[in-house]
Design a protein around this ligand. Structure first.
Ligand code: GRF
Length: 231
């Protein structure tokens, strides 16, 4: 009699993820923390900053994560900087590049080379309030709901297929600082979730829109100002 043994299911390898930063690096730190969970589908294999003074670099090193600076100011132009960045990335062989406060616009050839493997977080509900000073712009517009967006990177700044968004209320007495803090807390919830979706292959881009397989439908409207204010 022959006994047939079921093949053990091999866990899919964690997706090699490189995080690009320019400064504080709180989103990068948050992704690193999320990736500590053994069942998290992405592994943060390196951190690269284009600014030598980025606070996230010593932090990543202290965690044992390879962290390097490629100072854009040390290069003659954008192309030379990107060639060096591309060399470093190619050597790391990433499945995913996660921009987290990376404050450098990239040329179309660079973006196209990493198309659909490069994602970004932006502190507004895109397509509203692209660019810098998003919280000031949201307050000036008088919107009652603000938030953040994770999207695939495209050559146009703060554009590209949207993977996920998180919304927060805007309060009447908000300043750019109080709103930024609330949005940042939402960013820290959204980015690990969005990276998980990408790393598990649940996102695909069709006609420049992201299709999520196994969409979870929760009906949970954020109403701002809260209903209690009128009751
Ligand atoms: C975040 O608000 C992010 O959305 C934006 O830049 C900021 C970076 O913050 N792109 P940190 O460096 O991750 O703390």
């Amino acid at each position: 009699m022959r006994l047939s043994m079921a093949k053990p299911l091999l866990p899919s390898p964690r997706k090699r993820t490189v995080v690009l930063i320019s400064g504080r690096g709180s989103n990068m730190m948050n992704l690193v923390e999320a990736a500590r969970a053994p069942d998290y589908p992405a592994d943060i294999v390196a951190v690269i900053s284009n600014r030598p003074e980025a606070a996230g670099i010593p932090w990543a090193k202290a965690q044992g994560i390879p962290a390097t600076v490629i100072d854009h100011k040390a290069f003659k132009g954008r192309d030379a900087f990107e060639a060096e960045l591309d060399k470093a990335l190619t050597a790391l062989d990433p499945d995913i590049i996660a921009l987290a406060g990376f404050m450098r616009l990239m040329t179309p050839p660079f973006v196209t080379r990493w198309q659909d493997r490069m994602i970004n977080i932006h502190p507004s509900l895109l397509p509203s309030f692209k660019g810098l000073h998003t919280h000031e712009a949201a307050l000036a517009a008088g919107v009652k709901i603000a938030g953040c967006t994770v999207h695939y990177v495209r050559p146009e700044m703060d554009a590209g297929p949207i993977i996920g968004q998180a919304a927060v209320p805007v309060h009447s007495h908000d300043t750019a600082e109080t709103l930024a803090a609330r949005v940042l807390a939402a960013e820290h919830r959204l980015y690990p979730h969005a990276l998980r979706l990408v790393a598990t292959g649940k996102t695909s881009v069709r006609n420049e829109k992201v299709i999520i397989s196994e969409d979870v439908n929760v009906f949970c409207p954020l109403i701002s100002p809260g209903l209690a204010a009128t009751n």
